[in-house]
Ligand binder design. Structure first.
Ligand code: FE
Ligand code: FE
Ligand code: ZN
Length: 291
């Protein structure tokens, strides 16, 4: 079965998100752990959490993806900005443990003129500061498109970050299809080549999740604007090839396309139809984390 969901609003709580996911035939979803721009996080309602866990168990859900606020910058040059990022990351990881064995995704950050090497160092420092042995959450670094001074737009940079992390068993990668395409990895004409490169540099066992988006911008544009599935420069054929790819097909896919719920329902329907439901088609199972 294709494991797919989309980004959902947390405003009405966890059970509500679970029900929304079910209503659009999703078996996972992504959510912001707090206001994507601001910092205030709502308290955790244990009954709400329990209700969602029950929905997930009854409906073969695969891991959820919590997404950190995208304004965090753990590799900022400003001390207060860096500290703030650490405070939020630590608090989010504590909160994620209320829903054990899921994923937490964050944008590595922007080095803002300090240089990529310094940026990589600061991001690794942040991870070494926040990760704990006993956490069940796997923290995912999201591949970026390389706009501005973003760190994490090449597989080499990802590898360099991960290499510096002590508890690296708690770290994985989330590949955003729009970002890598904009970042100059040709998943349209050479998906096999891109995955081989990912494997050689980072290791495919690090790849835990896919953000499935089309792109409004051309190849290697280093921009970052998501398009609906089949309506951008990546196109439906390449996206269909990706969900069916032997090395990707068992991973969870999360849509972050510019849609409301009915649009997501349509995309999920389309992609489920395009998925080849034949287990013999898969190569060795990826180390996906089933809760
Ligand atoms: Fe993101
Ligand atoms: Fe993304
Ligand atoms: Zn994006």
């Amino acid at each position: 079965m294709l494991n797919i969901g989309c980004h959902l609003s947390t405003s009405k709580g966890f059970i509500h998100m679970g029900k929304e996911a079910l209503s659009i035939d999703a078996n996972t979803f992504q959510f912001f752990t707090r206001n994507p721009r601001g910092s205030k996080a709502k308290g955790i309602d244990e009954n709400d959490v329990k209700g969602l866990l029950k929905i997930m168990e009854d409906n073969n859900f695969v891991p959820l993806l919590g997404h950190a606020p995208y304004t965090l910058n753990p590799c900022s040059a400003d001390q207060r900005t860096k500290e703030f990022a650490l405070e939020v990351l630590i608090d989010d990881l504590v909160r994620m443990e209320h829903l054990p064995n899921n994923y937490y995704n964050f944008h590595p950050g922007s080095h803002v003129g300090q240089g990529t090497e310094k940026g990589i160092e600061l991001i690794a420092d942040a991870l070494n500061f926040i990760l704990t042995k006993k956490q069940t959450t796997i923290v995912l670094l999201e591949t970026m498109s390389g706009k501005g001074s973003e760190v994490g737009s090449t597989f080499q940079e990802m590898r360099q970050i991960i290499e510096k992390v002590k508890l690296d068993e708690k770290v994985g990668v989330c590949l955003d299809t729009c970002h890598v395409y904009d970042g100059g990895y040709d998943i349209v004409n050479d998906l096999d080549g891109v995955l081989a490169e990912f494997d050689r540099i980072i290791g495919l066992d690090r790849l835990r999740a896919i953000h499935l988006n089309d792109s409004k911008n051309p190849f290697a544009s280093h921009k970052d604007r998501h398009a609906k599935i089949g309506e951008g420069n990546i196109g439906l054929k390449a996206i269909t090839d990706m969900i069916n790819h032997p090395k990707l097909r068992l991973l969870p896919f999360y849509l972050e396309t510019p849609n409301e719920l009915p649009g997501y329902a349509q995309e999920i329907k389309l992609l489920r139809k395009a998925y080849i439901d034949d287990i013999s088609f898969s190569v060795k199972p990826q180390k996906i984390h089933l809760s």
